[in-house]
Design a binder for this molecule. Structure first.
Ligand SMILES: [Fe+2]
Ligand SMILES: [Fe+2]
Length: 287
């Protein structure tokens, strides 16, 4: 078994990590364009439709998702224009975002030993929960919460080769009760929230999203950090629902201890989780 990297090795690793972040493909321009058009009051549905239909492969993925039974639409959606009228621009924006970013989540995260499609499933579930929680506790931030939820673990893409290289150490640290974040930091000097933060910063995403990604494993939040707390809670929803942690069943109560103002009844938690599961399954089947 290799030794835990010393300071010198950590510096080399971090230089490589920074290089990896700089070499990332740019954030899909189509998402930025579509979102800008959606936000702009003057934009017509036709303009958004033109943006998407310029990319036929994406347009067909968007239509496939728009026809998900999750949205419960009576008639087949055959055009982007019709999708925007039936589903609304916000939902259409999220579908465009999901369709454009999906390839990122199909990455095989070597080192983290996760099941195929876990990354995509976990990201979709977290995005849905973040949006839902925001619609009650931080209205007006739903779209940003969806993006932050979707991207919250993207930093794992950058760290994955290093976790794979030091896999024995990573798992021996977890066995010693290190949290994954602490194990990552012990090996590389940085954790996936921080690499995710750097990615979203390079992609020029809104600051809220950068912080939500960076802090989704943080222990305590200040009063002005409600958005980040919501991303953490949404991640917990997914971890607990799919039993991805050592959390014993029935510990959904942990959700209510993250942020003072955010308290949900068990019925609400189960309702959000059930809907998130349905959304995730339907979306996975169509990506
Ligand atoms: Fe995470
Ligand atoms: Fe996560």
């Amino acid at each position: 078994m290799k030794n835990i990297p010393d300071l010198q090795e950590k510096i080399i690793i971090q230089k490589e990590i920074i290089k990896g972040i700089k070499d990332l493909p740019p954030y899909p321009e189509i998402i930025t364009k579509a979102k800008k058009a959606i936000r702009s009051q003057q934009s017509s549905i036709g303009e958004i439709s033109d943006i998407i239909t310029n990319d036929p492969a994406l347009a067909s993925r968007v239509l496939k998702l728009a026809n998900s039974s999750f949205y419960n639409v009576a008639n087949q959606i055959g055009s982007i224009k019709y999708a925007s009228q039936i589903l609304g621009l916000t939902t259409l924006g999220q579908i465009i975002e999901t369709a454009s970013l999906a390839p990122l989540f199909k990455e095989d995260l070597k080192g983290y030993a996760i099941k195929p499609y876990w990354f995509l499933k976990h990201s979709l579930f977290t995005a849905f929960c973040a949006k839902k929680i925001c619609s009650v506790f931080l209205q007006g931030y739903e779209a940003e919460a969806f993006t932050a939820g979707l991207l919250h673990d993207c930093g794992k893409i950058i760290l994955s080769p290093w976790i794979a290289k030091y896999n024995d150490i990573y798992y021996s640290l977890l066995e010693k009760d290190f949290t994954p974040i602490k194990a990552e930091t012990t090996i590389t000097g940085i954790h996936h929230g921080q690499t995710g933060y750097a990615m979203t910063k390079i992609w020029n995403l809104p600051y809220n999203i950068q912080l939500g990604v960076r802090d989704h494993h943080k222990q305590r939040f200040q009063a002005n950090e409600k958005f980040s707390a919501i991303i953490k809670i949404a991640n917990l929803f997914s971890q607990i629902y799919f039993d991805e942690t050592n959390t014993k069943p029935g510990e959904f109560g942990e959700i209510n201890s993250v942020f003072p103002d955010i308290e949900m009844s068990m019925e609400t938690i189960i309702e959000i989780s059930t809907l998130a599961f349905e959304y995730t399954q339907e979306t996975l089947n169509r990506l």
